[in-house]
Design a binder for this molecule. Structure first.
Ligand SMILES: Nc1ncnc2c1ncn2[C@@H]1O[C@H](COP(=O)(O)OP(=O)(O)O)[C@@H](O)[C@H]1O
Ligand SMILES: [Mg+2]
Length: 269
């Protein structure tokens, strides 16, 4: 698929190849996410979904292909530079500091914003800096409130149930005021009620904060329910893309899922 460079694309992935010591993980993957979209990436375990997100935030360096955010290439940037441009993510295995409070974890997420303005602050008057600090505290409070975490503000992350920890992880990501949020299997391990709960938060973030969402998810019912478009990866290759209705009917997609079932599930990552 050719990258069109059009303004309504917030994220463009163009011909990405990724290998680890001879093992091909992503094979010529291209996709384009529109601004304001909820875009899902699905596929069997080991398909390369997490690796693709790792390429977007330049944690992994693709050997070939380009990744553009708002029309500018991300290739060559460091992960913190990508974050500062407005791309935040949550992780498949929650990577919060469990011995710290909810508030302190969220403050760490906001650090991305601070780093970028350190130089600017040095040359500014103290009261300007103070205003900025106050503004940041307001952002934290808004996010804590928005994510329903007010009563957990001073709780240690280690003491919280999984569903709440995932919300803290989302709040940490949102503290950087992203334009694009990448979610990696945020529902995994959750009970049905917790899944419904987090689905509501995803929709709120999308609608009320205007954040574009790219999410990897195993719960296909949730994917079909929430996503505007779905991309299907299998063995590092994009095998389908379209509306939930379209991909559900796609013969290659059905084979990818049923084929794996016949052979037994692969070890997950
Ligand atoms: N850092 C790495 N080193 C070597 N192989 C990796 C690395 N990261 C991912 N892989 C391999 O890439 C393939 C895809 O993994 P992953 O992207 O985690 O799949 P998914 O998220 O779809 O389950 C797997 O075979 C995995 O072992
Ligand atoms: Mg994964």
């Amino acid at each position: 698929m050719a990258v069109n460079g059009s303004n309504d694309a917030i994220l463009e992935i163009d011909g990405v190849h990724l290998s680890f010591t001879g093992v091909k993980v992503l094979n010529d993957v291209s996709l384009s996410v529109k601004r304001g979209e909820i875009y899902a990436i699905i596929g069997p375990n080991g398909a390369g979904k997490t690796s693709l997100l790792n390429c977007v935030n330049m944690h992994y360096r693709p050997q070939r292909g380009r990744i553009l955010f708002e029309g500018s290439p991300l290739n060559g940037l460091k992960p913190h530079q990508v974050a500062a441009l407005g791309i935040a993510r949550t992780f498949q295995k929650v990577e919060l500091f469990h011995g710290m409070t909810v508030l302190d974890n969220i403050k760490l997420g906001r650090h991305v914003l601070m780093k970028t303005s350190v130089l600017g602050s040095i040359f500014r008057l103290p009261n300007v800096v103070r205003d900025e600090m106050r503004h940041r505290e307001e952002i934290e409070e808004e996010i804590i409130d928005f994510m329903g975490l007010s009563s957990y503000r001073y709780a240690y992350v280690a003491t919280l149930p999984l569903g709440v920890r995932k919300r803290v992880d989302m709040a940490r990501a949102l503290a950087a005021k992203p334009k694009l949020l990448l979610l990696d299997e945020i529902m995994s391990g959750m009970a049905v009620e917790e899944k419904e709960d987090i689905a509501t938060y995803i929709l709120d973030v999308h609608r009320d904060l205007g954040v574009t969402i790219v999410w990897i998810e195993h719960d296909l019912a949730a994917v079909m329910d929430l996503s505007e478009r779905v991309c299907v990866l299998n063995f590092g290759t994009k095998i389908a893309e379209g509306t939930p209705e379209e991909v559900q009917k796609d013969a290659a997609v059905i084979e990818a899922y049923l084929g794996r079932q016949r052979k037994g599930p692969m070890a997950g990552r």
